[in-house]
Design a protein around this ligand. Structure first.
Ligand SMILES: C[S@@+](CC[C@H](N)C(=O)[O-])C[C@H]1O[C@@H](n2cnc3c(N)ncnc32)[C@H](O)[C@@H]1O
Length: 212
């Protein structure tokens, strides 16, 4: 987290709690995966749900399903005729996500593409109204370049973890993910095709749109 822990805790407490139907997914994720903290969590999940509620995207693309937490947060508020495509490399993560997608009311409208996301994205036709990028950090520039030509004219790309707990602003932090996020942030900032705002939500979320 980037803001002071006491403030982060307060913000979590006064944000709406995760819906109770996500509890079995969280339990499975904690029991069967090594890094359950990869789930976006309740505050960011509600943030995604609110964006989908307001923007009414017809086609949503997620890169980095994990066990399906963020996908289901978005699915719950998507319009009745919308579809959500989500990409995951790990067979274990994909199997847990599939189980919880199947148990949800949105099973028919969620498609999980198992395998390297870049391959899936290249094969998927656009346009996408909302893209949520939350997978391997060294892949972000390639995901961005693959997705941008498929973004709807009024679409948004959301990129997660772009501030790496603030490490991107500390030149002494040379961890591979920090280097990857610094390169991604600079790449987008220098791209005249888009406008971006980098929000200090949790580990940092960039909101990217086509330049008007
Ligand atoms: C941070 S987690 C995603 C969290 C998820 N959005 C959520 O809120 O539950 C990142 C996921 O990306 C997946 N991943 C890593 N490299 C990938 C790749 N090349 N293609 C697709 N998925 C990948 C990982 O297996 C992991 O499940």
């Amino acid at each position: 987290m980037i803001v002071r822990p006491v403030v982060e805790k307060y913000a979590e407490e006064v944000s709406s709690a995760a819906p109770p139907w996500l509890a079995p997914l969280v339990a499975d994720t904690e029991a069967a995966t090594e890094l359950p903290a990869m789930m976006v969590g309740s505050m960011q999940g509600e943030f995604l749900a609110s964006l989908v509620f307001a923007l009414r995207p017809r086609r949503i693309l997620e890169i980095g399903t994990f066990t399906g937490y963020s996908a289901l947060c978005m699915a719950q508020t998507m319009p009745g005729d919308a579809e959500l495509h989500t990409c995951e490399l790990s067979p274990l993560h994909a199997s847990i996500a599939r189980k919880h997608f199947a148990a949800s009311p949105w099973a028919e409208r969620i498609t999980l593409w198992e395998g390297p996301a870049l391959t899936s994205v290249r094969d998927l036709p656009g346009p996408f109204d909302l893209v949520f990028v939350d997978a391997d950090k060294p892949g972000y520039v390639d995901y961005y370049e693959a997705v941008l030509p498929k973004l709807a004219p009024h679409g948004l790309i959301l990129a997660d973890n772009v501030l790496q707990f603030g490490g991107v602003a500390n030149e002494r932090d040379q961890q591979p993910d920090t280097l990857a996020m610094r390169a991604f942030n600079a790449h987008v900032a220098a791209d005249p095709r888009v406008r971006q705002s980098v929000l200090t939500v949790r580990e940092g979320v960039s909101v990217i749109r086509l330049a008007g």
